[in-house]
Ligand binder design. Structure first.
Ligand SMILES: [Zn+2]
Length: 107
């Protein structure tokens, strides 16, 4: 009986230990920007994102978008817990715009 020099058995492939290089970015806590609200965002809430910009216009523009993680992280993004707070922020925004317009006109 001639033994083969080659190992005939299947060496068990060592299972790769789960590398801990998968850094899970801790999801930041989002707080509602609504006046007198400040509710913390849960995982399943249907939230909205608002932000204002001048964009291509001369005037400030209010943006409203459904929740998106990328949008949520953008600078100046306001996290809104719902329609009620969105409306409050909208009226706040409109008030600010009118105020600055009045000031800008100088009477
Ligand atoms: Zn709110």
């Amino acid at each position: 009986m001639v033994r083969s020099p080659l190992l005939s058995y299947n060496a068990p492939i060592p299972k790769l230990a789960m590398a801990e290089n998968l850094l899970l970015i801790p999801s930041p806590f989002y707080r509602c920007a609504g006046p007198n609200c400040g509710v913390l965002k849960g995982g399943s809430d249907r939230w909205w994102i608002m932000w204002s910009s001048f964009g291509d216009y001369k005037f400030p523009v209010m943006h409203l978008a459904p929740w998106d993680e990328k949008l949520a992280l953008q600078e100046g993004a306001m996290h809104v817990c719902g329609e009620g707070c969105a409306q409050k922020l909208q009226s706040q925004f409109m008030g600010n715009v009118l105020q600055s317009r009045v000031r800008g006109n100088g009477g």
